[in-house]
Design a protein around this ligand. Sequence first.
Ligand code: HEC
Length: 120
Amino acid sequence: MSRFIAIAALVLATGATAAPIPAQHRTHLSAGARRGLAFAQQRCAACHAVTENRTSPNPESPSFEDITNRPGVTRFTLRQFLRDSHNYPAAMNFRVEAARIRDLADYIVTMKKAGYRPVM
Ligand code: HEC
């Protein structure tokens, strides 16, 4: 019952304000992409903008939206990059577990769009 009320309140609140839907609530994301987003928010967001229309907290770090809209970037190239930590820029002094790489790539490619222009 209380769950029903919470959902009803959420529906009313989002309907009433027409606020943009936070990325983590976007229902069109696959389960993997949603895990990728959650992981990116924990592990990447200190440097990178991990959702759309944002500039990165660390200006040296391209936003994930910029990265995914570069020519030639695909789910496959993202996985390849993340699998080999020797590719990483010096700032990214860590490894990403194999299980997370697929989720991250699945999430990042959801921000591809035709006619993309970087946020200035
Ligand atoms: C401490 C800061 C920092 C963190 C945390 C970080 N990055 Fe980065 N990342 C950078 C910087 C800086 C660059 C750009 C380097 C350059 O262009 O020379 C970059 C570049 C990238 C690129 C583009 C590489 C290319 O081909 O140009 C990808 C993809 C990427 N990061 C993914 C991630 C993911 C996924 C995470 C989280 C698991 C993450 N980063 C966390 C600093 C960071």
